[in-house]
Design a protein around this ligand. Structure first.
Ligand SMILES: [Zn+2]
Length: 472
């Protein structure tokens, strides 16, 4: 039997245990909580850390815990060759579940449901099973393999310094926190807050009293609204309904004692992928700009709409549109709006390609907005790239191809991953292309058969990167 076949047979024989161990972690609601002694990210994150550490110990791996924030399990005591970095914290369950989010539930469709089954508890267990498989096959490795599990990935990765302050990264690191095949390029990020102050509008004429939309700088807003004076709901609907339909949003308006309340409903999305949503803020700005209104707040709306036309997330109007072959185009999404009697603010989230720099990106945006009287504050942080043609990435792709029969290729992402600051790090697993895990949403899921495939891929990758000794 070849190594590949032995791995496959072992993994298939351990399906029930794999599901059971994922369930052990999912049962702990490890959402970030208040810091407590020995639990910098809350007691539930610490419980998840302890449970994972116990599990690794049960399979015979030497474990360690770092400041109550992260843990590790070692395959052997050989010089470091590979780190696998995952996390045990989860985002909150939210609404809309058909099953209990903190109880992994096997569906008739062959999928396992629960918060964290994919991101990232299930994926961490799949990596552990890669190690367990090789160990139980009795294979000795020439290099060291370490599984590292943190507890603060979802809230800013403040867990990583607890580990990396006293431990150097291995020569190779992958995180099973993205998807297959290999994510080797991450765009940089430029979060910018745009402001302009003005005097309150004179109390006369048709005007904007206030406008707002969005709730988080990294979320494309699904809802936005405004309060108008000197215009009726009937007039707004007659003038703007056609344009709203063309923009792809729902528009409603109602006359109230305070004025005419306008609401725009689009579709929420992640700021790294603005094309998957329909931005209610940019639609609102465009509709307000076209209404027969006057005053400073209306000038704000019209000016912002020129810089951020609805659907124009490439930054063309700001003079920063650019792209490179490795990371793709720059995107910028206007996500949190506030306009009132004293001025306006607009928070934007740009994902910038590797070719972006201070001169061709931030400098140009600041200058373009300054010309219109706006201030633009924010720092730009660089992207991350690990060459796709090195031995490490080629090995990962070959292992993926072996068990999936799918073409292995490198992928770029606009989101920042857990290995953003780790030199040579890549994202690798654990869901397969085309499968929707409902990341961070209700009914998060994995396909159990895919989890076994991921376990096999990880086992083979560990064996090849850490090199099986000749006499095995
Ligand atoms: Zn994650």
């Amino acid at each position: 039997m070849t190594l590949e076949e032995r791995i496959s047979e072992w993994m298939d024989a351990h399906e029930a245990e794999l599901v059971r161990d994922i369930s052990r972690l999912v049962a702990i609601p490890s959402v970030k909580g208040e810091a407590a002694p020995g639990a910098p990210f809350g007691v539930e994150c610490r419980r998840a850390l302890d449970e994972m550490t116990a599990l690794c110990g049960e399979y015979g791996f030497a474990t360690a815990i770092y400041g109550g924030a992260a843990g590790s399990a070692d395959y052997n005591e050989k010089p470091a060759a590979l780190d696998i970095l995952g996390h045990l914290d989860v985002v909150g369950a939210g609404e809309g579940w058909d099953t209990e989010p903190y109880a992994a539930t096997l569906g008739a469709d062959g999928c396992l449901y629960g918060r964290g089954v994919d991101d990232d508890k299930g994926s961490v267990i799949m990596a552990l099973y890669g190690m367990r498989c090789l160990k139980e096959l009795g294979l000795e490795l020439a290099g060291g393999c370490r599984l590292i599990y943190g507890t603060d990935e979802e809230s800013g990765s403040a867990d990583l310094p607890y580990y990396y302050a006293s431990n150097a990264p291995a020569p190779n690191t992958f995180t099973p926190d993205t998807g297959f095949p290999v994510f080797n390029t991450e765009k940089g990020r430029y979060c910018v807050k745009i402001t302009r102050g003005h005097a309150a509008d004179a109390d006369a004429g048709a005007r904007i009293i206030s406008a707002s939309g969005g709730f988080r700088a990294n979320v494309v807003p699904g809802d936005a609204g405004a309060l108008l004076a000197g215009i009726t709901a009937g007039e707004v609907l007659a003038l703007a309904s056609g344009r709203a339909a063309a923009l792809g949003v729902e528009l409603s308006a109602a006359d109230t004692p305070e004025g005419c309340r306008v609401a725009v409903h689009g579709r929420q999305a992640h700021a790294a992928e603005p094309w998957t949503g329909c931005n209610a803020v940019t639609a609102l700005l465009e509709l307000l700009a076209a209404l027969p209104l006057g005053g400073a707040a209306h000038e704000d709306a019209a000016a912002l709409s020129r810089f951020f036309p609805h659907g124009g997330w490439l930054g063309e109007a700001l003079g920063i549109a650019q792209e490179d072959e490795v990371s793709g185009p720059l995107t910028i999404s206007a996500n949190v709006l506030s306009i009132d009697g004293s001025g306006c603010t607009l928070e934007c989230d740009a994902r910038v390609p590797l070719c972006a720099n201070e001169e061709n990106c931030r400098g140009r945006l600041v200058a373009a907005l300054a010309e219109a009287g706006f201030m633009a504050d924010g720092e730009m942080s660089p992207g991350h790239h690990t060459p796709g043609d090195g031995e490490f990435v080629r090995t990962l792709l070959a292992c993926y191809e072996h068990y999936t029969g799918l073409p292995g290729e490198c992928v770029a992402t606009g989101g920042g991953t857990y290995v953003h600051d780790i030199p040579g790090g890549v994202g690798f697993g654990a869901y397969l292309p085309g499968f929707d895990t409902r990341l961070h949403g209700a009914n998060e899921r994995i396909r159990v058969s895919d989890a076994l495939t991921a376990g096999k891929i990880f086992a083979l990758a560990i064996a090849r990167i850490c090199k099986i000794k000749e006499d095995n």
